[in-house]
Design a binder for this molecule. Sequence first.
Ligand code: PMP
Ligand code: GLU
Length: 395
Amino acid sequence: GHMTNLSNRVLNMEESVTLAASARAKALKAEGRDISSLTLGEPDFVTPKNIQDAAIEAIQNGKASFYTVASGLPELKDAINSYMEKFYGYSINRNQVVVATGAKFILYTFFTTVLNPGDEVIIPTPCWVSYVDQVKMVDGVPVTVATTESNHFKATVEQLEAARTEKTKVLLLNSPSNPTGMIYTRDELEAIGNWAVEHNILILADDIYGRLVYNGNEFTPISSISEAIRKQTVVVNGVSKTYAMTGWRVGFAVAEEEIISGMAKVISQTTSNLTAVSQYAAIEALTGPQDSIETMRQAFEERLNTIYPLLNEVPGFEVIKPQGAFYLFPNVKKAMEMKGYADVTAFTTAILEEVGVALVTGAGFGAPENVRLSYATDLDTLKDAVNRLKAFMEK
Ligand code: PMP
Ligand code: GLU
């Protein structure tokens, strides 16, 4: 008989550390423990009322009862086109966009669509936890490029060139970044984009935090820089973060027709289509009133500006101020030394056990000296959590 029923594919992958950390915090809370959870990158706001109402209306008038076209409702594609015109400065046709079950499944669909076994994807680290495992799940090869704090966690063309081989198919760029919150400048993106064009490497631009930028920082979409770069780029975006719609699972990709039709084929044979009611909700999100979005962005900005200086006062914690997204990513090398830990996951676990603050270990992001705090939670919880971190370090 077999030793295990599991495939090598599943045996070789990790569970998402962000979702695992959040589940652990929820389970401890359910046991009655006093836990401050800064694990999940998910707005604490509920979906704005106009979007809720559009969804209810779609259900009640029967529109949400049916399958949609696999690649998404034409009206939603048109709404995404308006969004592209407004925030990217170019238009697309309906064959250049596909919607799916969250940006996460869009990413998986993309990798399935373009990677042959052995094809390499260059991924600057620290990076979001799901990229590496998704590439492995479709037999691609993740090639990580370690960025440094001194370069604000941004990869340079020189580093990318050093990682390039004949097998390099995709460069993954996530700006603003989860977990670092850093944003590439227009000049940096232009240099990277031209390098990708020169070597015929696809750019996967995960722009999901593009609207969540603070303190005057600006997000430039790499696909907006030139037509040559745009043709080489697959934009990944969604409504989860900007519109407080994580539970609706709406993501989209914008690219040249060949890749989009390939992705639509994968969707037609897997989920069939993004849940119809979520598509109607997304139309309202993208085309309806936008004032609640700015209110939420300002709340994140206020939290960042309040909590950032306090976190930097925690002994052994050193943080660069993030420009976007909703994460702080302190280097805790000194803190670990002070407390006698060599491993950041063990350090994170000790913090959870001793003072009830749930963080995400940097290990899952390819950053063994860092921990991640999400500030997508209310200020009282954030201040309380930082006080507990201080207490942990001063014990
Ligand atoms: N990309 C990044 C960088 C993320 O942090 C997330 C987190 N959810 C996603 C993609 C996926 O977003 P969703 O599936 O909720 O649209
Ligand atoms: N992207 C969010 C995070 O990093 C949500 C959880 C996940 O999908 O990883 O926390």
